[in-house]
Design a protein around this ligand. Structure first.
Ligand code: FES
Length: 505
């Protein structure tokens, strides 16, 4: 197993950009350089809109750089649920939006002549469980009602045991960084300004909004797009209480078996997802799954082990070339929040909650928000608006999620960690108490100790160690911090408090 977590996609280099060193004026300010932000910048710049895009890190290094990059409307089991909770028309609209996103990607590849390993593939959702077979049958009935082109079978090209499989025809896969690299170059030619290592911390209002950066500069604009995965700006909209975050794991393996084609995911838990890509002319199998709520669950390294066991059992692993993990956000009703952040604030737009399906949902979000900004009508505004709050399943889910948060908040405070003597091997972490305060300690590979107060700076839950990524992760709303306490993922904005390691015994 490779010692470091590193996404295969990130082997493709993208241009680098400066940090914002002064305040600027623009028409549209975009926060977040993933597929949503870059696609929106491209669409808007083509309409002669001035765009400035900033990223807290480097572009395409967040969820988009760590995806499985399936371009599909088959988002797990979803259509039966959508019909039940939103009705037939909206379920149909959801499917239409995803297929239009696929078409947009295909058209852009043609227009910009992008070589990004784009390949048409069918998508398969399968089960090997009698219990889940019933759910898969209901999903098949939903496909029938919605007229989604499909096949129902007991067999599929991938050689693993199954009871039933539902195949969605005419989907696709690609290399997301090759695709976005060319789009970034096109954006530059259209005049889009990019800044990296530039963190947005707030939005201020005068007549128009301004994005405020950590260094105190302003991006004065007419509209703001929050494409920062978790919205960096909330304005009492409580997005953190309306979504939950999960981590998922990916192995890229070489096998002595040729890949049979197709993109696969199972219906049951734990998730197992399989597709391939090309690496030096050979098939690289991408095996992913093992989702769990961020900051909750067993040792994160064990999730890679579980995927390795699965891959060994069915695909004869020659070598694991890469491993990485990703963070996904899910809304209460599983449909992303895309649109104005609040009724009273229609110059700030959010795009979040893509579950694991960011390639299509991110493209849909870019198109919908661009339509708002360009004052074009869209059939999708009502379905995706963040202002919706349906009684079912939202209320029930809301109560469950927040009960879970309360449980972790209380558990963290009651945790009976005592003062431990710190005897850590290199690259190990533990939790101890210093002067009664719960303290996370990590010993790095150079033998240096890093100690942080484990109280999350968002709303005070206690963070847990993520051994696979060497981060402190919050079980309540998914904030993540580096071992030295810097914010990696929000909603937290402030770092964990650092503790002087010399206070450790
Ligand atoms: Fe909300 Fe940590 S992310 S308390």
């Amino acid at each position: 197993m490779p010692p470091e977590s590193h996404s295969f996609w990130r082997e493709t280099s993208l241009p680098s950009f400066p940090t914002l060193e002064s305040s600027v004026h623009t028409d549209v300010g975009i926060v977040g350089g993933g597929i949503t932000g870059i696609t929106a910048a491209y669409i808007l710049a083509k309409q002669n809109i001035n765009v400035t895009l900033i990223d807290a890190d480097v572009i395409v290094n967040g969820t988009t750089g760590h995806t499985t990059a399936k371009i599909t409307a088959q988002h797990g089991l979803i259509y039966d649920e959508l019909i039940k909770h939103f009705g037939f028309d909206k379920a149909k609209l959801y499917y239409k939006a995803m297929m239009e996103a696929k078409q947009f990607i295909e058209d852009t590849i043609k227009q910009l002549d992008i070589d990004c390993d784009y390949k048409k593939e069918d998508a398969y959702i399968y089960t090997n469980s009698d219990q889940w077979k019933l759910d898969l049958e209901k999903e098949k009935q939903a496909y029938d009602q919605l007229n989604i082109e499909h096949e129902w079978s007991k067999e599929m090209p991938l050689d693993i045991p199954i009871k039933s499989v539902l195949q969605m025809k005419n989907q696709a896969q690609f290399h997301p960084l090759k695709y976005l690299n060319k789009m970034v170059h096109a954006c530059k030619e259209l005049g889009v300004q990019f800044y990296e290592h530039t963190t947005a911390i707030d939005v201020e209002y005068n007549k128009y909004p301004s994005i405020v950066t950590k260094r105190g500069h302003r991006i004065k604009c007419k509209q703001v797009i929050c494409a920062s995965h978790f919205p960096f700006y909330d304005r009492n909209s409580f997005y953190f209480a309306r979504m939950y975050t999960e981590r998922a794991y990916i192995l890229a393996i070489q096998s002595n078996k040729p890949f049979p084609g197709g993109m696969y995911i199972n219906a049951e838990s734990p998730t197992r997802s399989v597709r391939s890509t090309k690496w030096n002319g050979e098939d690289l199998w991408l095996i992913s799954g093992e989702n769990h709520k961020t900051g909750q669950g067993k040792s994160t390294r064990s999730h890679f082990k579980a995927l390795q066991t699965f891959a060994n059992e069915y695909f004869h692993v020659d070598q694991i070339k890469y491993r990485w993990s990703a963070q996904d956000i899910t809304t209460l009703d599983k449909v992303p929040y895309i649109g104005p952040i609040k009724k009273s604030e229609d110059a700030v737009f959010v795009a979040t909650g893509f579950r694991k399906w960011g390639m299509t949902n991110g493209t849909v979000a870019a198109k919908i928000i661009s339509d708002y900004i360009l004052k074009q009508s869209s059939p999708y505004h009502e379905l995706f608006t963040p202002l919706r709050f349906k009684a079912d399943p939202s209320i029930r889910k809301f109560a469950q999620m927040n009960a879970d948060v309360a449980k972790h908040m209380i558990q963290g405070k009651l945790d009976n960690t005592r003062n431990n003597s710190i005897e850590l091997a290199r690259d190990q972490a533990t939790v101890t108490r210093i002067n009664g305060n719960r303290t996370g300690v990590y010993k790095d590979t150079e033998n240096n100790l890093h100690a942080v107060d484990t109280t999350c700076t968002h709303l005070g839950c206690e963070v847990e160690w993520n051994s696979a990524e060497r981060t402190w992760d919050c079980p309540c709303h998914g904030s993540r911090f580096s071992y030295s306490g810097e914010v990696i993922d929000g909603p937290a904005k402030q770092p964990l408090k650092q503790i002087d390691p010399s206070k450790l015994n």
